[in-house]
Design a protein around this ligand. Structure first.
Ligand code: DX5
Ligand code: ZN
Length: 244
């Protein structure tokens, strides 16, 4: 099942409730909340009070993506504020297994996130514990960045691992998802699509959500043999750095 999870980071914070609701009216079924601490990532965003306000105006699951150091200290406050899903970065958690259990103990669905430079195998041991794996397709910290194509191979690998190990986690992707990239991530196996600037930056969030979801659902209907070209593009190093 494909779901759209608009990232409210790109919304107009003065009109947050209305913008979030508009995206839901356009077909979004999850709201993605980007929490940044100015340490783990070079930006500061929002905390539990904003989650509590969103909780009052929306019934869809609130997907809190914690881009923070020492997440264990803040998980109780996000759960109390009304978070449904809480994901933490592999790179930020020394005791990841403990942190994922802590999230579950607070009644939330635990997720693990990997940055573009982190391999899928770094989370092998925790895959049976998580509700979702979030593959970052940009370096976290800001909305509006360019999609990193090597994330397609990671999504495909996760999908294969899930099948071979008979696991049940869902695959989410975050960063640079818009009308030109959404088909490739869906064909690679992503099911929960985070999108910020493509939903909120211009025009009407409702209509933007509707169109992006339609593109995703159309891609999901296409035959699987189309996949090879998308993933091959990633292997070609379409995003490789050009060094002097
Ligand atoms: C990046 C955040 C993303 C971001 C997505 O650190 O985790 O959720 O807001 O924004 P777009 O869709 O504009 O890349
Ligand atoms: Zn995010």
């Amino acid at each position: 099942m494909i779901e759209l999870a608009p990232s409210v980071l790109s919304a107009d914070f003065a009109r947050l409730g209305a913008e979030a609701q508009a995206a839901v009216e356009g077909g979004a079924t999850v709201l993605h909340v980007d929490v940044m601490d100015g340490h783990f990532v070079p930006n500061i965003t929002i905390g539990p009070p904003v989650v509590a306000s969103l909780r009052k105006v929306s019934k869809v699951p609130l997907d809190c993506h914690l881009m923070i150091e020492r997440p264990d200290e803040f998980i109780p406050a996000f759960a109390e504020a009304g978070a449904d899903w809480i994901s933490v970065h592999r790179e930020a958690c020394v005791h990841l297994d403990r942190t994922l259990h802590l999230i579950a103990a607070h009644g939330c669905k635990p997720g693990v996130v990997i940055n573009p430079a982190t391999p899928v195998h770094a989370i092998d041991e925790v895959l049976p514990l998580v509700h979702h794996v979030l593959v970052m397709s940009v370096n976290p910290g800001f909305g509006g960045q360019t999609f990193i194509r090597s994330s397609l191979k990671k999504i495909e690998l996760l999908s294969n691992i899930r099948e071979s190990r008979r696991l049940g986690f869902r695959i989410e992707v975050d960063g640079g998802i818009h009308r030109d990239t959404v088909a490739d991530v869906v064909r690679a196996g992503a099911e929960i699509l985070v999108s910020g600037s493509a939903i909120f930056e211009q025009g009407n969030p409702s209509e933007n959500a509707r169109q992006l979801l339609k593109s995703a659902l159309d891609a999901a209907k296409q035959p699987v043999q189309d996949l090879s070209s998308a993933v091959a593009g990633a292997a070609d190093g379409a995003n490789s750095l050009s060094l002097p």
